[in-house]
Design a protein around this ligand. Structure first.
Ligand code: SF4
Length: 56
């Protein structure tokens, strides 16, 4: 899924994935929108951001 990178971060979202092409300094996400997967997750390891794309 190719999402546009915007000039402004998503409010209230903190992300530490600095290898993502949408990541911005300050743990910000500048994707147009994000999608989180992990239906029926029972713990934190069962969810992920599926919008992630490698920066390189
Ligand atoms: S798209 Fe997902 S992984 Fe990438 S910076 Fe945004 S929240 Fe983080």
């Amino acid at each position: 899924m190719d999402i546009d990178r915007t000039g402004t971060p998503i409010p209230r979202v903190k992300c530490e994935v600095d290898t993502c092409k949408y990541w911005e300094s300050g743990n910000l996400c500048q994707a147009q929108s994000i999608e989180i997967t992990g239906r029926e997750a029972r713990n934190v390891h069962s969810t992920d951001c599926s919008t992630f794309e490698n920066r390189s």
